[in-house]
Design a protein around this ligand. Structure first.
Ligand SMILES: *[C@@H]1O[C@H](CO)[C@@H](O)[C@H](O)[C@H]1NC(C)=O
Ligand SMILES: *[C@@H]1O[C@H](CO)[C@@H](O)[C@H](O)[C@H]1NC(C)=O
Ligand SMILES: *[C@@H]1O[C@H](CO)[C@@H](O)[C@H](O)[C@H]1NC(C)=O
Ligand SMILES: *[C@@H]1O[C@H](CO)[C@@H](O)[C@H](O)[C@H]1NC(C)=O
Ligand SMILES: *[C@@H]1O[C@H](CO)[C@@H](O)[C@H](O)[C@H]1NC(C)=O
Ligand SMILES: *[C@@H]1O[C@H](CO)[C@@H](O)[C@H](O)[C@H]1NC(C)=O
Length: 202
């Protein structure tokens, strides 16, 4: 009941503001940065590198070789098409004690095609995003995963999740309830993108 009510409130709020959103559903993100107020008149998520959210201690254990990343890209009024990137930062020399640069690309450019120009629910999940071998991470190392959504007009939304690397057997395996692709969005690596199964309003 509580969940359904909050979902309804979120939908009503989205419909009334038309704000843009990206939610990282796994690993747990730094926190809700879907905020527009006097401090963030354009919305927090436009702020590099993590949508206005500083480093947290809300860390998810994530496998050393790579693991699942699940994102809801679609709270995005007026932009049925968008591009995604997922990067990782390992250092701790940023002003918040987190990475100064998210310089390890984890996922090639992905294009997302939503069903319409209205905000749409929907989840996309990459069950096994590998960490490049030359990143040389080991169990116990901390890192930040950065998800960037670039809108059709070129501006970018940011969200981050803080993780700690762990041996794979210590991390719950992603399953069909934690990691799934919903059927209402279409996405693929840009260079292999095929026509989406629906008409995109331009
Ligand atoms: C922390 O992580 C959990 C899941 O691991 C997530 O649900 C939550 O949104 C994250 N952020 C905060 C501020 O709790
Ligand atoms: C806007 O929201 C952020 C995040 O919750 C908060 O830190 C800030 O104080 C808020 N600004 C105003 C003017 O309410
Ligand atoms: C990782 O971050 C946590 C706080 O989130 C900290 O307690 C721990 O010492 C860090 N580990 C390393 C190896 O820096
Ligand atoms: C790691 O390998 C990738 C290509 O596989 C390369 O682009 C990158 O520069 C390498 N990074 C380091 C730190 O050597
Ligand atoms: C998926 O994994 C979560 C967390 O590990 C667990 O709570 C849930 O029961 C699992 N669901 C299925 C369908 O296996
Ligand atoms: C979701 O779709 C992407 C792109 O086709 C694919 O790489 C990924 O494995 C899919 N995820 C799941 C959980 O099937």
């Amino acid at each position: 009941m509580i969940l359904r009510l909050s979902a309804l409130i979120a939908l009503v709020w989205l419909a009334s503001t038309g704000e843009t959103h990206t939610v990282i559903t796994y690993p747990g993100w730094r926190g809700n940065n879907l905020i527009t107020n006097d401090t963030w008149p354009y919305g927090m998520q436009w702020m590099y590198p993590c949508g206005g959210m500083s480093l947290t201690t809300n860390r998810t254990l994530w496998p050393v070789g790579g693991g699942a990343i699940s994102v809801q890209p679609g709270w995005f009024q007026g932009h049925a098409l968008a591009f995604f990137r997922i990067n990782m930062g390992l250092d701790n020399s940023g002003p918040d004690g987190g990475p100064l640069s998210m310089d390890i690309p984890l996922l090639d450019l992905v294009q997302v095609a939503g069903p319409s120009n209205n905000p749409y629910p929907g989840t996309m999940c990459f069950p096994n995003v590998p960490v490049p071998a030359n990143a040389s991470v080991k169990a116990g190392d901390n890192a930040t995963i950065q998800v960037i959504l670039t809108a059709q007009h070129g501006a970018s939304l940011f969200a981050c999740a803080d993780i700690t690397f762990a041996e794979p057997e210590k991390v719950p395996v992603a399953n069909s309830s934690t990691c799934f692709n919903s059927s209402d969005i279409s996405f693929n690596e840009v260079y292999t993108m095929s026509a989406p199964p629906f008409q995109i309003p331009l």
